[in-house]
Design a protein around this ligand. Structure first.
Ligand SMILES: [Zn+2]
Length: 314
């Protein structure tokens, strides 16, 4: 199967999030996972396949710089999608700020892009997010909704590539639920990243998630909500976010550690005469697949590939 848009992959999750009569345990979020190499992309998809779960491959600007080309990533993702037709998957560009670069990503085949103008004024954020939403919905190779768009309101703490916000600043910049309806309506975006107390990177102390805000935001709009800064959030908090209607959860930093720990261990146990990189970094890819599989369980996405597929062909 071809790559699908995030809007399509989250349609089933969103329906459950908005259904007030559903048992909250029936809700789930789709995991979005960072990678820096093509084998890591494969590891992510293998983990999702093992759990029959939908998945989002997430490219950061730092990883893009390392890999070097949007086309290369897009073509690799298209190839992986053909190889694993049973896994509904999205290729997502995360936290991008350069409008021309985002448009380029849309034209080469990314199926979701995030325009992050959250550090700008409310008006500029609306303007930039709307420009990207219009472009993605009209100009993408597969026509309307060939690429969906995520934007952010409020600011997340922590460091992710070229984005840097102190934890104190983030405390002052939670997503304001009162601004959400206007933002969503004027921009035409497909998903909203919210700042409710999580941060990028590792935490010094467990984050305090503002569930009261999440509840208000979920009531304020009917588009999918996205949680960034998923590394180090206690499992119980993840489950609560999902039960309250969060549709996508981003995980980056934690995966890097899982990968690197596995590679370190391989180097430690292998003889010094071993020089085959596949034996050294291969365990990293396997460790990523295992981590993704456990995240699918945690986000309750396990077994949901079928429901997503049915939604695609409704
Ligand atoms: Zn993020």
């Amino acid at each position: 199967m071809a790559l699908v848009t995030m809007k399509e992959v989250m349609a089933d999750s969103l329906r459950r999030a908005l259904d007030k009569n559903i048992d909250p345990k029936e809700r789930y979020a789709v995991g979005a996972f960072n990678f820096s190499t093509i084998p890591e992309m494969v590891g992510i998809v293998e983990g999702a396949r093992e759990k029959n779960a939908p998945v989002i491959l997430m490219l950061s600007l730092g990883a893009l710089k390392y890999i070097g080309s949007l086309e290369l990533v897009a073509d690799a993702a298209k190839g992986i999608a053909r190889q694993y037709p049973e896994v509904p998957m999205v290729l997502h560009l995360d936290h991008a700020t350069d409008l021309d670069m985002i448009k380029h990503a849309v034209t080469v085949g990314f199926t979701n892009v995030m325009i992050d103008a959250s550090q700008e004024s409310f008006e500029i954020n609306i303007e930039k997010s709307r420009e990207i939403a219009e472009f993605a919905h009209d100009q993408s190779p597969r026509g309307k909704f060939g690429c969906s768009v995520e934007a952010e309101l409020g600011m997340l703490a922590g460091h992710e590539d070229n984005i840097s916000v102190s934890e104190e600043d983030a405390g002052k910049a939670y997503t304001d639920p009162a601004l959400v309806p206007e933002f969503v309506e004027k921009t035409g975006i497909d998903a909203l990243a919210v700042a409710i107390g999580t941060a990028h990177g590792f935490y010094k102390a467990a984050p305090k998630i503002r569930f009261d805000l999440l509840e208000e935001i979920r009531k304020a709009t009917d588009i999918p909500l996205v949680l960034h800064g998923g590394t180090g959030v206690p499992d119980e908090d993840f489950k609560k976010c999902v039960a309250m209607g969060m549709s996508k959860i981003n995980v980056g930093t934690g995966l890097k550690k899982v990968y690197t720990d596995a590679v370190r261990e391989a180097i430690k146990v292998l003889p010094e005469t071993e020089y085959d990189p596949r034996k050294i970094v291969g365990p990293g890819r396997k460790a990523i697949a295992e981590e993704i599989a456990s995240k699918c369980d945690l986000f309750n996405a396990t077994g949901k590939a079928k429901a997503v597929m049915q939604e695609l062909y409704r």
